[in-house]
Design a binder for this molecule. Structure first.
Ligand code: AMX
Length: 474
């Protein structure tokens, strides 16, 4: 229903009385200009589908709201809430055997059906974002329009650049990234409109605008951090006629390499969303449930992604592989790899890039990167090392007997691909994961606001209270 969207945009405009919002009218004009293009804009499509989606939830809850959908054991409570069904996440569902499906589509299916850039081989992240938000595969034109809209919204406020410039170069890139995203709060139309007073039904529209602005600015922010810490501090401007993946690759300084550009597109697609319970997704959703802006919500999620058991594992994997190489030299024999794996485990450390809280098979995100490597860098020595670890580690981890999943996850492969193209700075890798993760968690934040999701508040008990609950004497 395009009229809903137009009404919303009008309401949005009428409430934009703050000077900092009106300063941003260029970006809204750009957004309106793309909405008026022939094909339906993302906001229009989402608004059109919304009443039907709301009706589905209403009906489901009315007819089945009181049905029991699971039970919870004490072990689950003490075990990190594994398997407890308590979140709604529309964009993706993770099957322990099959891996992730984005709106019902596997990664290979997405690679097949999502629009690609002219001459590109990998799907455009713009298409994935559209799919996650609406459940539909966009047309080529819709994806091109989204690329243009993000490019049009990409200007980063000067104070954010200065803030990044003032960071010491040994402040971890993820801390710099989170800092900059937090500071983007200054630009939040949701926060300003809320302070002024808005109808609940309009929340999603402001959340949508903030999410689009936020996503649009991330490549410049991420690249500024990279170029400051590791290069000359200079960042190329966003090319307004190019897609998101190209611009990220180019601003990092690798736009000349067509394969790296395609890798960025694939990377941004596969790291985006992994259902709602992982730390970064759950945190973004949780903080957003307090009606914190998309900027503050994403920044909170990024802080979770920065942990070594979550997104930082891609950095850990590379460092671990280099340490292994130093120890075993060129001896990639099964025995040498086995011994090194055991030395890690016997030191009481985890093998980074292996295991998963939900998955019980090789992560399809790992497989898609492996296939990329087989096509583009089959003879790379680091790829050979990663392949050899893949052959040996599942057996060793199974024998070790602790991890429920001895197979590799997404982080076991990404760093080696980036290394190959010259992006060798492992401490930066999680920032790229963070840019991608924004594409997965922000659609759900828009949906949360559109569905009127309540503030999240599960119940906690003390150990004494749990003991009482289960009839135990301590
Ligand atoms: N190496 C060694 N031990 C491992 C292991 C690994 N790769 N994965 C799990 N284990 C151990 C756990 O530490 C735990 O030991 P404990 O009983 O002494 O505490 C035991 O096996 C059982 O753990 P689990 O139920 O199989 O895993 P989990 O759900 O608790 O944790 C994960 C999942 C990913 C944190 C864990 O597998 C791990 O630490 N892997 C290495 C780090 C990593 O690759 N993280 C990235 C995950 C993907 C992502 O979020 N980006």
């Amino acid at each position: 229903m395009a009229s809903v969207s137009r009404l919303g945009t009008a309401a949005l405009r009428s409430s934009l009385s703050f000077s900092s919002i009106s300063a941003r009218s260029a970006s809204f004009n750009a957004a309106r200009c793309y909405s008026s293009a022939k094909s339906q804009s993302l906001k229009e499509r989402f608004a059109e589908k919304l009443p039907e989606e709301l009706e589905k939830v209403k009906k489901l809850r009315k007819e089945h709201g009181s049905k029991v959908i699971g039970e919870v054991t004490l072990d689950q409570v003490y075990g990190g809430a594994r398997g407890i069904k308590s979140l709604v996440w529309e964009g993706s569902v993770l099957d322990s055997e099959e891996g992730i499906r984005f709106r019902g589509k596997t990664i290979p299916e997405c690679q097949q059906v999502l629009p690609k850039a002219p001459g590109g081989e990998e799907p455009l992240p713009e298409g994935l974002f559209w799919l996650l938000l609406t459940g539909e595969v966009p047309t080529e034109q819709q994806v091109r329009n989204l690329s243009s809209e993000w490019a049009a919204r990409s200007d980063v406020p000067k104070f954010i650049e200065e803030l990044i410039d003032r960071c010491p170069s040994d402040l971890h890139p993820m801390a710099q990234f989170s800092l900059a995203v937090t500071a983007l709060e200054h630009e939040s139309v949701f926060a300003k409109a809320y302070a002024k007073g808005i109808n609940k039904k309009e929340y999603w529209q402001y959340t949508f605008e903030d999410s689009m602005d936020l996503i649009a600015k991330l490549p410049t922010i991420a690249s500024k951090i990279y170029r400051n810490v590791f290069k000359d501090g200079k960042v190329a401007p966003v090319q307004k006629d190019k897609d998101y993946g190209f611009n990220l690759a180019n601003q990092l300084g690798y736009g000349e390499n067509k394969d790296f550009v395609d890798l960025m597109r694939l990377y941004l697609v596969i790291h985006s969303d992994h259902e709602g319970g992982n730390v970064s997704a759950h945190t973004t959703h949780l903080v957003g449930s307090a009606l914190s802006s998309p900027m503050l919500s994403l920044a909170a999620g990024l802080n979770g992604l920065a942990g070594p058991l979550h997104g930082l594992a891609n950095q850990e994997v590379l460092n671990w592989l280099f340490k292994m190489k130093k120890t075993i030299g060129n001896d990639l024999s099964d025995q040498a790899i086995t011994d090194y794996l055991w030395s890690t485990l016997n030191a009481g450390q985890v093998v980074p890039g292996y295991g998963h809280a939900v998955l019980r098979k090789t992560d399809p995100r790992y497989v898609s990167q492996r296939e990329f490597a087989q096509r583009k860098l089959p003879d790379d020595p680091m790829f050979k090392l990663v392949s050899q670890v893949y052959k040996i580690a599942p057996k060793v981890l199974t024998e070790h007997g602790k991890t429920k999943n001895p197979y590799p996850n997404v982080d076991a492969h990404s760093g080696v691909l980036l290394q190959y193209y010259g992006l060798t700075e492992a401490s930066y890798y999680t920032v790229l994961f963070g840019v991608s993760r924004a594409l997965g968690v922000l659609p759900q934040l828009i949906i949360d606001r559109a569905f009127g999701a309540p503030i999240e508040r599960p119940k906690s008990f003390s150990t004494a209270a749990y003991a009482k609950l289960v009839g135990a004497k301590l």
